[in-house]
Design a protein around this ligand. Structure first.
Ligand code: PLP
Length: 401
């Protein structure tokens, strides 16, 4: 066999192979594992969306190739959703592109812009695609660390001028995975200004725009005046409407950016199944109704988790967006040690912060993707095992590290 490319060899090592083995072994031994590690909704897709797909599948008009940039009704549904939801006007012909889930769009945007040696500004902690696909394209990821003290917003003034000059893309994601942080209007304006001054395409991953609580409504970056000149925004139906397996999303905004992305896609894939686009358009048409119900459920789970962790000594401010909690690991422990300990002592899986980049160390991520009673059970197991923010009885792993 030939050797895979040098780009592939540059990807960071997969850190969790050992943990995965332990999880598999425990599952095989019949241990009742509660996984709070996966950002994949546990609830089904709303039934009217499923019905809409079933009807669409029976129409032979949906059976052939879809237009590359999306069907007209899908692009129109996106256009009117952007208008009613954010007050943002986009041209359905040039400023909307259907995606096979937002992940491929984010990755292909990098392929569309990055020559070997070009810089991509990537947040850390962050969704791994930005960093890793940059490496696959021979580009140079530049890490923008995000700190709790700054509300997990990167400090743009800390980016060296020569890096800013060489950068072609900047990735941001608010509401944020994994931290649950949100962007202020001032910060969005600062990003638009920074990207305009440095000739950078701002790629905003808005996968969690609809998953918000306590009355908070997340903005579109395109709502900032002038943003469309420098920004493409990526949306996904995956987390919004429990549709991760369906693979449908869209990109909106800067026409030149979308044209470049569309050219990569023309040469890579052949569009989203038309029946899925019909169902996706139906979902977008009843968006607020769908997300209101889901946010009530996630908000309630968040409250249970926050309350449970507080009872165990954790002190932190609950986030108002995303189905994640980004929680500091007890003092003196590494994130991988802490998650290994939870698995071993409680059969509870959480995601160690290190998996989201070096700046993720010191945290773990809980995904609120299990029913309430499983969440309560997980918290009870922590309590029973004596796992607290400050552990009076040091676990063996801690003593060793
Ligand atoms: C889940 C997720 C995505 C990918 O969503 P798909 O549309 O399913 O590809 C993109 N960005 C972030 C931050 C995510 O958490």
């Amino acid at each position: 066999m030939p050797k895979p490319s040098a780009h592939l060899a540059k990807l960071p090592p997969y850190l969790f192979a050992e943990v995965d083995k332990k999880i598999d072994a425990a599952r095989a031994a019949g241990v009742d594992i509660i996984s709070l590690a996966i950002g994949d909704p546990d609830l089904p897709t709303p039934s009217f969306v499923v019905d809409s797909l079933c009807a669409a599948v029976k129409d032979p008009e949906t059976h052939n190739y879809a237009p590359y940039h999306g069907t007209k009704p899908f692009r129109d549904a996106v256009t009117s959703w952007m208008k009613t939801r954010f007050g943002v006007s986009v041209d359905p012909e040039k400023e909307v592109l259907a995606l096979i889930g937002s992940k491929e769009g984010l990755a292909h945007m990098i392929l569309a812009y990055i020559n070997p040696g070009d810089v991509v500004l990537c947040p850390s902690p962050g969704y791994p695609v930005y960093n890793n696909y940059t490496l696959l394209c021979g580009g140079e990821p530049y890490t923008m660390p995000m700190e709790a003290a700054d509300g997990f917003l990167p400090d743009l003034k800390a980016i060296p001028p020569d890096i800013a000059r060489r950068a072609k893309l900047m990735f941001l994601n608010y509401p944020n995975n994994p931290t649950g942080a949100i962007a202020t209007e001032g910060f969005i304006k600062e990003c638009v200004e920074f990207c305009r001054n440095n000739d950078i395409l701002l790629c905003h991953d808005n996968a969690y725009s609809e998953m918000t609580f306590d009355g908070y409504r997340a903005p579109s970056f395109l709502g900032v005046p002038g943003a469309a000149e420098v920004c493409v925004e990526f949306f996904s139906l995956s987390k919004m409407y429990n549709m991760t397996g369906w693979r449908v999303g869209f990109a909106v905004g800067n026409a030149a950016g979308l044209k470049a992305l569309g050219t990569v896609k023309n040469n890579t894939d052949s569009g989203v199944f038309k029946a899925i686009q019909r169902a996706a358009a139906a979902a977008l048409g009843r968006s607020d109704e769908l997300t209101a119900g889901l946010n009530k459920i996630y908000g309630h789970r968040r409250d249970i988790a926050v309350e449970g962790l507080r009872a165990l000594g954790w002190d932190f401010k609950p986030n108002v967006a995303t189905f994640y909690l980004w929680v500091p690991v007890p003092p003196g422990m590494k994130s991988t040690e802490f998650s290994a300990m939870l698995l071993e002592k409680c059969a509870v899986i959480v995601a160690p912060g290190l998996g989201y980049g070096p700046a993720g160390e010191g945290y773990f991520r809980i995904a609120l993707t299990v029913p309430e009673e499983r969440l309560r059970e997980a918290l009870k197991r922590l309590e029973t095992a004596g796992i607290r923010w400050t552990m009076t009885q040091a676990p063996e792993k801690r003593a060793a590290g």
